[in-house]
Design a protein around this ligand. Structure first.
Ligand code: AMP
Length: 195
């Protein structure tokens, strides 16, 4: 049996995780799974889940762990994730890390590497403000954008230390063109995983 590849990309909102996630996933032949995308899709389709989480997401708060953990457990149980996956935007809290550990445990799996996309807070805030204007996303106010950064600093940044202790953290400078950053990630991951 070939070895499954379990990857995660973390970094502040606006660092370009989604774009890089697609490239990494393609390289390793695994699906990119974004909890943010799953929530947005449900909001768009006005599903019960979408209705439950819309206001929370609009405020830039985190969806409760029980809801998010259940969604990810269901998603990674699907056939296409059996050879691995790249998670984007999950886990985001310590509780979610433990829930993911438990989900992967029965099959003897674990996270193999965590790509940390490093970016300066002011830089990403300016990027997101520009995008809000360009794409007419009136709900992306500066206040909400800054709040999301604060939530990241308080809830998610502490996980970085945990991944470092596990020896699976791969920190990459997120500043540069999409291709430059993609190459940096590819090289760093190859070194960490040996594949
Ligand atoms: P993202 O596109 O990853 O920035 O996610 C957009 C929004 O979805 C976040 O601001 C949160 O409200 C919610 N969300 C996404 N992933 C998670 C998660 N792992 N835990 C809780 N909330 C999440």
């Amino acid at each position: 049996m070939t070895q499954a590849t379990h990857l995660l990309i973390v970094g502040p909102p606006g660092a370009g995780k989604g774009t890089q996630a697609g490239k990494i996933a393609e390289r390793y032949g695994v699906p990119a799974i974004s909890t943010g995308d799953i929530f947005r899709e449900n909001i768009k389709n006005q599903t019960p889940l979408g209705k439950q989480v819309a206001a929370i997401i609009e405020r830039g708060e985190l969806v409760p762990d029980e809801i998010t953990n259940a969604i990810v457990a269901d998603r990674i149980a699907l056939d296409d994730a059996q050879q691995g996956f790249l998670l984007d935007g999950y886990p985001r809290t310590v509780d979610q890390v433990h829930a993911l550990d438990k989900t992967l445990e029965p099959a003897g799996g674990q996270l193999d590497a965590v790509v940390l996309l490093e970016a300066d807070t002011e830089e990403v805030v300016q990027r997101l403000l520009k995008r809000a204007v360009e794409q007419g996303r009136a709900d992306d106010t500066e206040e909400v954008i800054r709040h999301r950064q604060n939530v990241y600093a308080a809830e998610t940044a502490p996980l970085i230390e945990l991944f470092k202790e596990r020896g699976i953290l791969v920190a990459v400078d997120g500043l540069g063109t999409i291709d430059e950053v993609a190459e940096r990630i590819a090289a760093a991951l190859k070194e960490k995983l040996g594949r």
